[in-house]
Design a protein around this ligand. Structure first.
Ligand SMILES: C[S@@+](CC[C@H](N)C(=O)[O-])C[C@H]1O[C@@H](n2cnc3c(N)ncnc32)[C@H](O)[C@@H]1O
Length: 371
């Protein structure tokens, strides 16, 4: 078996958001973009993989497919697993771990399959196996077909590297980026989040407007692979000089500690000059000077029985404020309950399918420009 120079690369995302991630991948110049369940596949080589980790905002993890073979029993997995040219991708001095999922296959015991693949890599390459290794090999055995991939991201990609502090229910940056995209946000208008929590939407929008790559502040698993070329990566991640945006990004929250946390997060992200945070309730929100843009917010969700009636008052007053103050602006509200969205009285457009988020299912409710 030889390893090719172009691969099938998989960008994972929350189910329901695939079309928006595909849109981002096309916009950023990736080839062969194909949305599939739970993500998007593209074709490319290692520099494309590094660039995807650096530039894509909407994907949670980027894996690369390195081998595929049929397997009917564990002895065959052992034999075929040893033929994968591991040294083309993995390094003998870097620990690895193996994760296996089995579905509708004769090899159905994922722990036994992981043990065979681990032993194959360890004995053929000489690399040590470790459960907290910086490199993860992933095998999916489905309908007797074994697909071997390598995780190139490491920590999930919503971890941009600037957030030391998060509040109780933060939105993942990757999901926030795809909701911004779904609202038509392209970095050319101001954004306000009046229940900003840890500041996710505001910082994400400010970074887009400032042309900052989401992966600029973190490290990746691909840096530990045999295919890594440090000089190319250093050149790729070097910041390009961007025009300074005149736009402003504003978050507010009734919780003073959330406001301080957002401010610190914005400072670490390097967007504090264009993003600011204020301490007040949503019904005290005032329209800022200047051109209209997007208000995007995920208010508290009704995840307990009895919450809904308490929360509908909050959604109603938010809706009244937005309708009174934000003529010409678009609004995006992410919530779990249609009734809560309706309580805002905002004129929502048809919605897409709900998206899983922290054990709940959330839907983005969008308006056109408010009258
Ligand atoms: C689900 S969290 C938002 C999470 C945020 N998008 C993030 O990524 O960190 C909801 C936020 O709404 C705030 N909140 C609740 N009631 C509010 C009100 N009446 N006015 C302003 N903020 C409020 C809470 O303090 C909390 O930070």
């Amino acid at each position: 078996m030889t390893i090719a120079t172009t691969f099938e690369i998989f960008f994972s995302c929350a189910p329901g958001l695939e079309p928006f991630l595909a849109d981002e991948a096309r916009e950023k110049g990736f080839q062969g973009v194909l949305p599939i369940a739970g993500g998007v596949t593209v074709n490319g080589g290692w520099p494309d993989i590094w660039r995807a980790n650096l530039e894509l905002r909407g994907t949670n993890r980027i894996t690369v497919r390195i081998a595929q073979f049929r397997v009917l029993h564990l002895a065959q997995l052992d034999k075929r697993g040893r033929r994968v040219p591991w040294s083309d991708v993995l390094r003998r001095d870097v620990p690895f771990s193996v994760q296996v999922t089995c579905r509708t296959s004769r090899v159905y015991h994922s722990d036994a399959a992981a043990e065979r693949i681990t032993r194959a890599i360890n004995e053929e390459l000489g690399a040590p196996a470790h459960k907290d290794a910086p490199v993860t090999v992933m095998a999916r055995i489905e309908n007797d077909l074994c697909t071997i991939s390598v995780d190139t991201s490491g920590d999930l990609l919503h971890k941009r590297g600037y957030k030391e502090s998060v509040n109780a229910a933060p939105m993942r940056e990757t999901m926030a980026a795809l909701f911004l995209r779904q609202c038509g946000y392209d970095g050319r208008e101001p954004v306000i989040d009046p229940m900003c929590g840890s500041g996710t939407f505001v910082i994400e929008a400010a970074e887009i407007a400032a042309g900052l790559n989401p992966g600029r502040l973190r490290s990746f698993a691909f840096e530990h692979l045999a295919t890594f070329h440090a000089p190319t990566w250093t050149a790729m991640r070097a910041p390009s000089s961007q025009p300074i945006t005149p736009l402003r990004f504003i978050g507010s929250d009734r919780d003073e500690s959330a406001v301080r946390m957002s401010q610190r997060n914005a400072e670490r992200a390097g967007v504090a000059a264009i993003a600011s945070f204020r301490h007040h309730k949503v019904n005290e929100l005032k329209r800022p000077e200047g051109r209209p843009g997007l208000v995007i917010v995920n208010p508290p969700y009704g995840d307990r029985i009895g919450d809904k009636s308490k929360l509908s008052g909050l959604y109603r007053s938010m809706g009244e404020t937005l309708r009174a103050e934000f003529s010409g602006w678009r609004v995006g509200v992410i919530t779990t309950e249609r009734a809560l969205a309706r309580a805002t009285g905002l004129p929502f457009l048809p919605t897409s399918a709900p998206v899983p988020h922290g054990g709940l299912r959330v839907t983005l409710y969008r308006t056109a420009k408010l009258p």
